[in-house]
Design a protein around this ligand. Structure first.
Ligand code: NAD
Ligand code: UDP
Length: 308
């Protein structure tokens, strides 16, 4: 197949391009390089089955493909809050442009949604039926509400125009090719530890996240796209939950770092807890993560050691 990946030069998108090419497909990568990088796809540029387009998903585009994976959107709170209005436009207008294209050419289309649609959840672990606790006017709303509206559009195009959709909700995923200055917790802690700089824990460090290694997640993407049982939404993530303090301790230990832990103010609306219920992924995709946190951190540390 010929497959379009928007956000294909980003962290997840570039791993997805690798996977699709290794499965024998042709890939068209569309990215405006806001948080992505040519370095992530440099090794693909000489592959005749790979094409790349510098383009913004907010502006309409045409492309003849069999499938579309829509990943274009900054994912780190630092970067999605940098230009909040643009983040909303990217999620909402990007979804409209991709869905319009899918409708015209009859392509199956995948949306990279997020656990952020649950906001600061009061149901734990999070099941897909839970409708969430999002502050619609807070600093994270540009991302959370943008992604919620994108889900709405996906389901309306499905109901109204029969567009063949697949929607997954990604929980915190990490691995090689995150940017050194990405700002998310795993890359921050690893870079700080490797430089023996203070490890910045926001708040008391008792808030939790569940970290999925990138190769596990990408396998889940492809399984979601190649099954007929459900259009989603399906949670994809690792159900092992850690406090940020525990994460910091593991990173310090694995890097033999001299870094000390320092506490900084907790950002507004920072979710207190997050863990996916992955029953649906197990049932419909026969999927569950295989890489444990220590092993994934080790591989990610090796990558960042080459970057700083
Ligand atoms: P990333 O920032 O590395 O990748 C996003 C990519 O989208 C970048 O290459 C960026 O340049 C591109 N992009 C941004 N705005 C664009 C625009 N207007 N037009 C074209 N391209 C644009 O982040 P990531 O972690 O790889 O996330 C990829 C997708 O997965 C995002 O949609 C994100 O919301 C979703 N997601 C990721 C996680 C995670 O933990 N990594 C969790 C939940 C959801
Ligand atoms: N965090 C932290 N130190 C950092 C970066 C993040 O303690 O240097 C915390 C952040 O407050 C949140 C968690 O780590 O509670 C995960 O943050 P991240 O930005 O990775 O993603 P989120 O899940 O909040 O979107």
């Amino acid at each position: 197949m010929r497959i379009l990946v928007t956000g294909g030069a980003g962290f997840l998108g570039s791993h997805l391009c690798d996977k699709l090419l290794s499965d024998g497909h042709e890939v068209v990568c569309l990215d405006n390089l806001f948080t992505g990088s040519k370095a992530n796809i440099l090794h693909l540029l000489t592959n005749p089955k790979f094409e790349w387009m510098r383009h913004d998903v907010v502006d309409p585009f045409k492309c003849e493909v069999d499938q579309i994976y829509n990943l274009a959107c900054p994912a780190s709170p630092v970067h999605y809050q940098y230009n909040a209005i643009k983040t909303v436009k990217t999620s909402v207008m990007g979804a409209i442009n991709c869905l319009g294209l899918a409708k015209r050419i009859g392509a199956r289309i995948f949306q990279a949604s997020t656990s952020e649609v649950y906001g600061d959840p009061d149901v734990h672990p999070q099941v897909e039926d839970y409708r969430g606790n999002v502050n619609p006017i807070g600093l994270r709303a540009c991302y959370d509400e943008g992604k919620r509206c994108a889900e709405t559009l996906f389901f309306d195009y499905h109901r109204q125009n029969n567009v063949d959709i697949r929607v997954i909700r990604i929980f915190n995923t990490y691995g090689p090719r995150m940017m050194v200055q990405d700002g998310r917790v795993v890359s921050n802690f690893i870079v700080q530890a490797l430089k023996n700089n203070p490890i910045t824990i926001y708040g008391d460090g008792q808030q939790t996240r569940s970290f999925c290694y990138v190769s596990d997640l990408i396998e889940g993407f492809v399984r979601m796209m190649s099954q007929e049982e459900t259009v989603g939404p399906v949670n994809l993530g690792n159900p092992h939950e850690f406090t940020m303090l525990e994460l910091a301790e593991q990173v310090v230990d694995l890097t033999n770092s001299k870094s000390e832990i320092v506490h900084e103010p907790l950002p507004q609306d920072d979710p207190q807890q997050r863990r996916p219920d992955i029953s649906k992924a197990k049932e419909f995709l026969k999927w569950e993560p295989t890489v444990q946190l220590r092993e994934g951190l080790q591989k990610t540390i090796e990558y960042f050691a080459t970057q700083i």
